[in-house]
Ligand binder design. Structure first.
Ligand code: SF4
Length: 385
């Protein structure tokens, strides 16, 4: 990496404020990363998938780690003694532009502690982004966190300036939030602000104006006794009412000296299963009633929710050469892109073996039990995979 010149006191701020942005999730973990025990990268630069496909390197940072709130799961909580520092908008904009100029990063992910109040915090963050967009002419990717309780005008400016905006609901409902973050209010400060942002995005799209293209949220999983069903009820509602692009799930891990320090960490596999279930709802045409909860509202951990659904419902194999898009998306191992490729190639080619499917991006070991390939079950071919 080419060295960039940052003043020593700014380097110190940078070390603190990039490290403390670590708990903001910008991508979904894989089973491999979970098995290897990998957490998110701890340096400044964070790879994240984009809505149109591809990966971007984000500079993930807080404007300040000072915060008036004492959320019980949070490293930045005011209840925990630690050194606090704040970037001035010019300082942060200058550092980002240097990183971008030297091609170390493709975009910015900006969050913040809340101090002294929501509007002042958003003003500071927006001033940073305005310096990038208006003074420096930066047109690249910006993901901007919305601050709970901020006034409408700040949400509107954020939607106007950023490519993606998000507001972390943290918990699926007000009762669960009270256990995690007693100072925060769910319905008006958080859900209503998400609704404002969703309406502003829709309006800009209808009028052909440049604005944020997507809205996301994040939940802390496993610290408030919530079930998977509770979380996914709220995700389904947000997808339906707000057009939520993605819900991120951050498995709880206890913070030393916090009120939840003695509570066990949540299994990261749970967060992955929740993400997969949210994709079933958003991208695969499943309804909430299709999700395979047990009697306690839990998803299975030992298989994906789509595999669990298929075991119960796909009792007859599906002919891959005749299946509709809707049917293809119900088969484990076939995602939206692979389904499109299958539909395209079928116009000219008969699909007869698993190798063809694998080349189209299908996970053949997962889908084979549910398929017919030109009238034949691929069971014998499966031994080859
Ligand atoms: S508002 Fe809560 S979650 Fe956000 S930085 Fe402050 S203490 Fe942490």
């Amino acid at each position: 990496m080419t060295a960039i010149r940052i003043e020593p006191d700014l380097q110190h701020k940078l070390a603190i404020l990039s490290r403390e942005a670590e708990d903001e999730v910008a991508d979904v973990p894989t089973e491999t990363s979970i098995q290897r025990g990998l957490r998110q990268p701890t340096d400044l630069i964070y790879p994240a998938k984009q809505s149109g496909g591809g990966t971007t390197r984000l500079f993930k940072v807080l404007q300040t780690n000072a915060c008036r709130y004492a959320c019980r799961y949070c490293f930045t909580s005011c209840a925990i003694r630690r050194r606090r520092t704040t970037f001035k908008p010019d300082e942060l904009a200058t550092i980002f532009l240097q990183l971008h100029h030297h091609r170390h990063v493709d975009g910015l992910f900006l969050s913040s502690g809340i101090v002294p109040d929501a509007n002042t915090t958003m003003e500071r963050m927006l001033a940073t982004v305005e310096r990038l967009r208006r003074r420096a002419g930066y047109q690249g990717y910006i993901h901007l966190k919305l601050i709970p309780g901020a006034d409408y005008e700040y949400i509107a400016r954020a939607v106007e300036l950023a490519d993606r905006v998000s507001l972390n609901l943290e918990a699926p409902n007000p009762e669960r939030l009270a256990r995690l973050a007693p100072d925060k209010e769910w319905t008006d400060s958080m859900w209503t602000r998400l609704r404002w942002a969703a309406d502003l995005i829709r309006q800009a799209r209808e009028e052909g104006r440049r604005a944020a293209r997507s809205l996301t949220t994040q939940f802390v999983v496993g610290a408030a006794g919530e079930s998977d069903r509770e979380l996914l009820v709220t995700v389904a509602r947000a997808q339906r009412e707000l057009g939520l692009w993605r819900a991120y799930f951050s498995a709880f891990h206890p913070i030393e000296h916090s009120p939840l320090a003695d509570q066990p960490a949540e299994d990261p596999l749970r967060a992955l299963r929740l993400s997969q279930a949210s994709f079933m709802l958003r991208d695969y045409g499943f309804s909430f009633a299709d999700l395979p909860f047990d009697a306690h509202g839990r998803l299975p951990r030992d298989k994906t929710p789509k595999q669990a659904w298929a075991e119960q419902h796909l009792l007859e194999p599906i002919e891959i050469n005749r299946a509709t898009r809707h049917q293809l998306l119900r088969i484990p191992g076939i995602g939206p892109r692979a389904a499109e490729r299958i539909l395209t190639i079928r116009r000219t080619t008969r699909l007869r073996d698993l190798a063809q499917l694998q080349r189209l991006g299908v996970r053949v070991a997962w889908c084979a039990p549910y398929l017919l390939l030109d009238g034949r079950r691929p069971a014998r071919q499966l031994a080859l995979w």
